[in-house]
Structures are given as structure tokens and as C-alpha cells.
Design a protein around this ligand. Structure first.
Ligand SMILES: N[C@@H](CCC(=O)N[C@@H](CS)C(=O)NCC(=O)O)C(=O)O
Ligand SMILES: [Fe+2]
Length: 305
């Protein structure tokens, strides 16, 4: 039955949402990672950002406990996934992008500086020529300033190195997916001591993002629940970070930040899953090619990290 008044109301709501992405977050407690599904309400086109494949290092088993709720949500909402966007080659969890791509379609993309990361880790793991190190394991590589669309949503990619050389942030409509640059104001910033990381570069990347309009919404890749807070939070604003980020609020100088970051990084243990994660994530989330017995193996470089 036609209902012109209701149609008018629906049209009004959709028009009000134009340019504003619908954002759904999935939190993975074992790795404190937030995966986002971002979509355009008008066209139902979507991107999945920083998905997680669950991995048990004791048994060497992967499972889809973290990834399947993303699939269920995409199907329930009737979304078409165009992109699996990685903010960086994560060192703390395996990407589920190839699994989600197989189930949902879409292209896997990351920042173009991933080639540097592939060279570094290709050397660390002594991988042969079967690993090309030219980014071709991914479907697409982004350069700083690249733009694209998810349905009617505009997206701009910003290269924000420091935590890793290839980190990017995705500005989607009015929301920014900042990856591992900054965390919630009461936790501070990401570490800068991974191979190719640099505290001074991280500071500049973070302050670059904080030049965006004050009301800009920022969505983080992790929350580690600092002391004094009893619930996870992964969304903040430029204004809040500038006012209150404990490592890098307005007024903290680059030199002060670098001294703090390097001192703190010296106290941090390597992430529990760094060795499996980087070997898989440098290959866009694929396991190394199976050996002649059909089994894929992950290596442990001894006394290297
Ligand atoms: N305990 C976590 C630590 C993971 C970690 O090092 N996370 C990075 C981002 S990939 C970070 O910047 N951490 C900041 C910090 O721990 O202060 C693990 O083992 O996975
Ligand atoms: Fe990270």
C-alpha cells in the first residue's frame, strides 16, 4: 500500500544521513582489537576495516570465532562489501580479510608502503622468491591523499606512519579510522618500536590527524582498558584528543613525546601473536604456501625480535 507521508519521512531520514556512514564495531577481547563494518545507508555498499582471524598459538589453529559475527551482520543488513581495508600490517592479530573476501567478495587493500614492511619481514623470515614483496598479495594499495567511494560515501586515505611505515587512516564521511596512531585520551598512543617504527614520525602523523575539524569522530583500532576505567571505548573526537590525550595533548612538544614514547616502549613486551601475525599479514592475511605435504608452516626466528 502506498504511504506518501511515510515515504517522505523515509526520504528525509536517508537524505539526513547522506555522507554519514553507518558504523558497527566488533570487539575481539583476546587481542583488544576493534573491527568495523562501515556502510552507506542509501546504497548499502560497505567496507570491513581491520578484521580478526582468531589464532591459538599453542595449537597453531586458526578459527573464525571473531570473523563470523561480521559475516552475520553483513548478511542481516543486506550489505555489499566492496572493500576489506587494513590500517596496517597488524602485529598482534591475524587478519581475516581473505576469509571474509571468500565469503562476501570485495577487495583487500592497505597502504602502499606495505612493500617496505614486506621487505623487512621477508628478510626476517628468510622467505624466498615465492613472496613477491611488491604489494601484489593485496588487491589494491593506497597512496597518501587517494580518494574513493563506498556507495555515496567519500573516502580519503591519509598515510600516517610511525607505528609502522605503512600505516594509513581512512577518512570515511565524517569519521576517521585512525588505526594505531592514537588510542583513547586516557590510554595515549601506539608504540613505535616495531621494525620500521619511529616515535617522531608517529607524533607528526598523530598531530596531522588532529588538524581535522574538532568535532571529527575518531574510531580506534584497539582499547586496552587503562586503570581507572571499567569498560572498553573505541570512539572519541579530535577535540577530546587535543584536550586530553595523556601522551600528546595540545602543548606537549615533539621532543617531550619522543622521550616519553621511547622510554615507555623499552618497557613493553612484544605482542603475544607478533610472529604469526606479521608472517600472515605481510601476505594480506594468507598463510604461507603449503609445503609438499599440504601443510602450511609458520616460522619462529630465534633471538631476532
Ligand atoms: N598485550 C598486547 C599488546 C599489543 C601491542 O603491543 N599493541 C600495540 C598496537 S599493535 C600497541 O601500540 N600497544 C600500546 C601499549 O601496549 O601501550 C598483546 O600481547 O597483544
Ligand atoms: Fe598495530
Amino acid at each position: 500500500m502506498s504511504d506518501p507521508a511515510l515515504t517522505k519521512a523515509q526520504t528525509q531520514i536517508l537524505a539526513a544521513r547522506e555522507g554519514v556512514p553507518v558504523i558497527k564495531a566488533f570487539f575481539d577481547p583476546p587481542t583488544f582489537t576493534v573491527t568495523y563494518v562501515v556502510h552507506d545507508a542509501q546504497t548499502l555498499r560497505a567496507a570491513v576495516i581491520d578484521s580478526v582471524m582468531t589464532y591459538d598459538p599453542a595449537s597453531g589453529r586458526t578459527n573464525v570465532q571473531s570473523a563470523d559475527p561480521v559475516i552475520a551482520y553483513v548478511e542481516e543488513q543486506g550489505l555489499t562489501v566492496d572493500w576489506h581495508l587494513e590500517t596496517h600490517a597488524h602485529a598482534d592479530h591475524l587478519s581475516a580479510a581473505p576469509y571474509l573476501q571468500q565469503k562476501l567478495g570485495g577487495k583487500i587493500a592497505i597502504g602502499a608502503h606495505i612493500c617496505e614492511v614486506q621487505h623487512m619481514f621477508g628478510t626476517l623470515f628468510n622467505v624466498g622468491a615465492e613472496f613477491p614483496r611488491d604489494g601484489s598479495d593485496f588487491d589494491h594499495l593506497w597512496a597518501d591523499g587517494d580518494s574513493f567511494a563506498i556507495g555515496n560515501l567519500s573516502v580519503t586515505v591519509l598515510h600516517v606512519p610511525g607505528h609502522t611505515p605503512a600505516c594509513v587512516a581512512y577518512v570515511i564521511g565524517d569519521a576517521v579510522f585512525v588505526g594505531d596512531t592514537m588510542f583513547m585520551p586516557d590510554y595515549g598512543t601506539a608504540r613505535a618500536d616495531f621494525p620500521g617504527g619511529d616515535a617522531r614520525t608517529l607524533f607528526r602523523s598523530m598531530r596531522r590527524l588532529l588538524e581535522l575539524p574538532p568535532e571529527t569522530r575518531l574510531f580506534l583500532c584497539h582499547d586496552y582498558l587503562p586503570e581507572g576505567r571499567d569498560h572498553y571505548v573505541w570512539e572519541t573526537t579530535v577535540a577530546e584528543e587535543r584536550r586530553a590525550n595523556i601522551h600528546a595533548h595540545d602543548g606537549i612538544s615533539e621532543d617531550e613525546f619522543v622521550a616519553m614514547r621511547e622510554a615507555r616502549d623499552a618497557t613493553l613486551d612484544m605482542p603475544r601473536l607478533i610472529l604469526p601475525s606479521v608472517q600472515v599479514n605481510m601476505r594480506a592475511g594468507h598463510l604461507p604456501v603449503a609445503e609438499d605435504n599440504g601443510v602450511a608452516y609458520l616460522k619462529i626466528p630465534v633471538n631476532q625480535l
